[in-house]
Design a protein around this ligand. Structure first.
Ligand SMILES: [Fe+2]
Length: 225
């Protein structure tokens, strides 16, 4: 990741994870059990989510769930929420036990360890569903261009249904675009070095305006513990 951001196409991610055909469809069923994000609704957008965090020991690739606490955006990051404690519904047990989830986290742990080498990482895990309709576009990042105050930031596309837009962009600290990608296929994975980049996602709109649009992603960040 020499220039701060990279797209791993779905075919590469799927083969790195050793997944079989149909694995993404099955994994996506966890997105049917997300809960409303009331903080996003205050910004006028519909978003469903859950949240959990883990420790990841680099040497052994061991993952341990950490006790649920409210999520606080680090200083010098997301301007909408710095200093605001946000409480989200926890990840479900079936999600945390899912071999696809655990394989994704270990892959991201290896990628984070290529950027820095703390003995233990904190991985924060946010499955999101952004919903759009004909009269309300969906805003994946209502805060606009931002950083998350971590080392590695990643977005894995898990599914799209009737959704146009939702393009992810990564810029360097001077605002020069490094990469823009629609994240179209389940398994498309965008990773960024959050220490030297900013990111945002464009609004989501329905293709068929008579039905809602869904954009389902798994956002995971890694920061030294
Ligand atoms: Fe972010």
């Amino acid at each position: 990741m020499s220039d701060g951001a990279q797209l791993m196409p779905a075919a590469v991610t799927t083969s790195c994870l050793g997944l079989e055909e149909g694995a993404w469809d099955r994994f996506r069923t966890h997105w049917e059990t997300l809960c409303a994000d009331r903080y996003a609704s205050e910004q006028g957008t519909r978003r469903l989510r859950r949240y959990g965090w883990f420790s990841f020991t680099a040497a052994t690739a061991q993952l341990e769930p950490l006790p649920q606490v409210s999520f606080v955006q680090p200083e010098n990051s997301n301007p909408l929420y710095v200093g605001v404690d946000r409480t989200f519904e926890p990840l479900t047990e079936p999600f945390m036990a899912d071999p696809v989830f655990r394989a994704v986290l270990r892959l991201l742990g290896r990628l984070a360890t290529a950027l820095d080498d703390p003995p233990v990482w904190n991985a924060k895990v946010h499955p999101f569903r952004v919903i759009a309709s004909a009269d309300a576009e969906g805003l994946p990042t209502p805060e606009g261009l931002h950083r998350d105050g971590v080392t590695l930031v990643s977005s894995l596309l898990v599914g799209r249904q009737n959704a146009a837009g939702g393009e992810s962009s990564v810029l360097d600290q001077d605002g020069t675009p490094l990469l823009t990608t629609p994240l179209r296929e389940p398994g498309d994975l965008l990773i960024g070095d959050d220490r030297r980049t900013l990111h945002s996602v464009s609004p989501v709109r329905p293709v068929d305006r008579s039905r809602p649009a869904y954009r389902d992603v798994l956002v995971v960040t890694f920061a030294p513990a």
